[in-house]
Design a protein around this ligand. Structure first.
Ligand code: ADP
Ligand code: MG
Length: 505
């Protein structure tokens, strides 16, 4: 049904072979509801905060009292524009709000205000890595709409209550083309989309609270055949469930087809307790919703100036930043992508790199030792006890040869425990140097002292020398080990190697 910017699949995608499941190709398209981070609702001034007492954040407009009229929230439109710009989509100069009619207890108006034929964001593309493979998924559209209320099933009294706090909360519904070919690709797409909306700050991304809700449309077909009938899987409120639910659904559909049953288009719910999907209702068609333009709202008009203003105020996007990390710092595409997983990581990396001028070391330490310790302590980088400046000070001492990698890990251990207790006025460099000094971690850079140890070890190990000369390269390692021991670990292994070869070859 895409009437918009139809883009052919990129050459790299067309060249990719789809992974098959039991001889079937999996086809997945996503619809994601991102709750926009405005203070007030999309058509009223009621607050949008999560977790308030039921029905304390619903005003007359949200309750659909007679005589009330919706007024568009500019902040919600602005966020939609930001999203469109972030993914290289077309931002429509004029889009239309429509009424989607259905009857449900948590929908007081009897219709939801949404966009149908002309959405605000059209086309666009999301690029991401699946392992080392670069992928892209084309978007069909992203449209503005209001959320419905919530039905609260109070099992203990056998009744259902209605909470209208969520009614009128602004949503951006983001719809992809059916471009994904595996559950792993679908999860990678969803993670990338999540990264983009949180990075540009239009959505808090909280999946548990329902701020980022993904529905997966799943079908299977034999390679080369027309698209199969899809079922829409809802209730995927974690990336883990997303993968489980799609895998289950794919197996279920293949079994049905193999047993000779046709797939019925349906909406199904994932049950995380059983790991199964179950049909909720047969799927409505657009015609069932009797869409028509909402007479209460004028067309949404977005001027070029408005788009320019939004563009000028936008932060650098993750993939633009990643490209800059590659060109400015000589990092690999893969590392640059990893470092732009979130703004916190990117900011930490850049601050440390600016302070010590060692992008590759910073990248390695950040993705390696630092993230390992964060995982162990179960804390996020923004709560890291070692700030970017401290890591930079440490790395500067590795780079200038003062300490070895191993010694640096010991310093990091200490910093991890002590950095927060830094004496007033003491600089990061000062504290790092002090730990190196007091713990005797300085690398042995005086070649005279080292040479003496080398000579002693050689004199004591004639057998290893013989073996080495006879062509056993491993014998050299034994000698290096002895020398490192003799230096109490302070020798620079590279220097030891060089000295040994110089003496033996
Ligand atoms: P609706 O609005 O009725 O849900 P759409 O045409 O908007 O239908 O499509 C919804 C989603 O389903 C889109 O993400 C689209 O890519 C995906 N989709 C459409 N056809 C298929 C199919 N045969 N298999 C898997 N996904 C599909
Ligand atoms: Mg749809």
């Amino acid at each position: 049904m895409n009437a918009f910017v139809e883009k052919p699949p990129s050459a790299s995608r067309a060249a990719l072979k789809s992974p098959l499941v039991m001889g079937y190709e999996v086809v997945i398209g996503f619809e994601t509801h991102a709750q926009l981070s405005t203070q007030s609702k999309i058509f009223s001034r009621a607050a949008t905060a999560f977790g308030a007492e039921p029905n304390t954040q619903a005003c007359a407009v949200d309750l659909a009292l007679p005589g009330t009229l919706p007024v568009m929230n500019k902040g919600a439109v602005e966020r939609a524009i930001q999203f469109g710009l972030a993914i290289g989509a077309h931002v429509a100069k004029k889009s239309i709000f429509a009424r989607k009619n259905y009857f449900y207890p948590d929908l007081p108006k009897g219709y939801q205000i949404s966009q149908f034929e002309i959405p605000v964001v059209q086309g666009g593309e999301i690029e991401f890595f699946l392992g080392e493979q670069k992928m892209s998924v084309r978007l069909e559209r992203a449209h503005l709409e209001e959320d419905a209320g919530k039905s609260l099933h109070e099992d203990f009294v056998g009744q259902t209550g209605i909470d209208l706090n969520r009614a009128g909360t602004p949503l951006l519904e983001i719809v992809t083309q059916p471009d994904m070919r595996s559950s792993a690709e679908a999860v990678a797409y969803a993670k990338e989309l999540h990264k983009i909306v949180t990075w540009i700050g239009i959505c808090d991304g909280n999946m548990q609270e329902g701020s980022f809700r993904c529905d997966a449309n799943v079908s299977v077909r034999k390679p080369g055949e027309a698209l199969g009938t899809r079922r829409e899987v809802k209730n995927l409120n974690s990336f883990k469930f997303m993968q489980q639910a799609i895998d289950y659904e794919v197996r279920w559909q293949i079994e049905q087809i193999e047993d000779g049953h046709a797939i019925q288009q349906a909406t199904v719910l994932f049950n995380p307790d059983t790991g199964e999907t179950r049909a909720m209702r047969t799927k409505e068609d657009a015609a069932d919703y009797r869409y028509f333009p909402d007479p209460d709202l004028p067309p949404l008009v977005i001027s070029d100036e408005w788009v320019q203003r939004v563009r000028a105020e936008m932060t650098e996007l993750p993939r633009v930043m990643a490209a800059r990390f590659v060109s400015d710092y000589g990092l690999s595409d893969y590392d640059a992508t990893a470092l732009t997983q979130s703004r916190v990581i990117a900011a930490y990396f850049e601050a440390a790199t600016k302070a010590c001028g060692q992008p590759k070391l910073v990248s390695n330490w950040l993705m390696g030792e630092v993230s390992r310790r964060l995982n162990t302590d179960e804390i996020a980088l923004d709560a890291c006890p070692v700030s970017a400046l401290y890591l930079a000070a440490l790395i500067a001492r590795i780079a200038d040869g003062t300490i070895s990698n191993n010694a640096a890990k010991q310093v990091l251990d200490k910093l991890w425990l002590e950095a927060s207790a830094t004496a007033e006025g003491q600089t990061a460099v000062g504290q790092v140097d002090q730990i190196i000094e007091s713990d005797g971690l300085k690398q042995m850079n005086d070649s005279g002292e080292l040479e003496k140890i080398v000579d002693d070890v050689l004199a004591a190990n004639p057998k290893n020398i013989e073996e080495y000369k006879a062509g056993n390269a491993k014998a050299l390692n034994a000698l290096v080990g002895q020398i490192m021991k003799g230096s109490k670990g302070k020798a620079n292994p590279q220097q030891v190697n060089d000295l040994l070869r110089q003496k033996l070859d």
